[in-house]
Design a protein around this ligand. Structure first.
Ligand SMILES: Cc1cc2nc3c(=O)[nH]c(=O)nc-3n(C[C@H](O)[C@H](O)[C@H](O)COP(=O)(O)OP(=O)(O)OC[C@H]3O[C@@H](n4cnc5c(N)ncnc54)[C@H](O)[C@@H]3O)c2cc1C
Length: 248
């Protein structure tokens, strides 16, 4: 029988963190990989909504046992929390618990998930597709991509700073960079989706296979126009909250 000691858990939501508490109870080491910048990343998206089940059914038993060791102030069992309360009163204290915190890994840089995959430390991870394709090419690996499984990020704009001295040249540079030919060349250097759809016609099937082309339409374009206002309004305060949490 194999002697596995480390258990990879994808996602620091309620299920992932509860699983980590169970893994710890069994004397094994969890490694929780979270793609978002915070625990309960998905629940935060609907933080204002009240749950249909009360606290007593939302708290995992192993998680409660672990939290009890830290003097956690458990919520009233019969009350119905909102998504945000679930994150703040349950998931955050759980992830911040000294027994669990060292096992929750956020991305510090894009290379980290590729390193974990390359060394076989984890079997699955959330990663930039360009880095996966480069690792496969350079290190002769065969990492598979499931582009439809997660969310696809895309950047929809270029910006020239107001008052830039060389505005005309900057516009020319952008025009040069986004031609179909240059975008196809760009894909061959690192396989991120081209900014010009016509570039696809210049790529062969093997090159196209590493690109998220078919998935962009249903993507969560977090850098796109839709979310620009949100990040301008909330980016700084969210970053501060995260830094404070991570420093606990
Ligand atoms: C409006 C609403 C109300 C609900 N009310 C209730 C209720 O009253 N009672 C109840 O029991 N359930 C309720 N649910 C369902 C409940 O929220 C989910 O069952 C629960 O959140 C599932 O937990 P999870 O950890 O599996 O997934 P999630 O909460 O979705 O968390 C998944 C985590 O994994 C991360 N992640 C995703 N992909 C990757 C990846 N590739 N790599 C790394 N990390 C990744 C995400 O960022 C996220 O943090 C409700 C759901 C909604 C939407």
């Amino acid at each position: 029988m194999s002697e596995a000691k480390t258990v990879a858990i994808i996602g620091a939501g309620p299920v992932g963190l509860a699983a980590a508490a169970h893994v710890l109870e069994r004397g094994l080491e969890p490694i929780v990989l979270e793609a978002g910048d915070h625990v309960g990343h998905a629940m935060r998206a609907w933080g204002h909504v009240q749950l249909f089940s009360p606290w007593e059914y939302n708290i995992d038993k192993a998680a409660a046992r672990l939290l009890a060791t830290s003097g956690w102030n458990s919520p009233e069992p019969g009350r119905y929390p909102t998504g945000a309360e679930m994150v703040e009163r349950y998931l955050e204290p759980l992830a911040a618990h000294s027994a669990l915190k060292p096992h929750v890994h956020w991305w510090k840089n894009g290379a980290e998930s590729i390193n974990l995959l390359s060394t076989g430390e984890v079997a699955m991870a959330y990663a930039w597709n360009g880095r996966v394709a480069s690792a496969n090419k350079t290190n002769n690996l065969n990492l598979k991509m499931e582009l439809g499984a997660g969310h696809v990020s895309g950047c929809q704009y270029w910006a020239i700073m107001k008052g830039s001295k060389n505005k005309d040249l900057a516009i020319k540079l952008i025009q040069y960079a986004v031609t179909a030919q240059h975008q196809a060349d760009f894909v061959r250097v690192i396989s991120y989706g081209p900014a010009n759809r016509d570039a696809y016609a210049l790529l062969n099937d093997q090159e196209k296979a590493t690109l998220p082309g078919q998935h962009l339409d249903k993507a969560s374009l977090q850098l796109g126009k839709l979310y620009l206002g949100f990040w301008l309004a909330n980016g700084d305060s969210l970053l501060q909250r995260f830094v404070k949490f991570a420093a606990q």
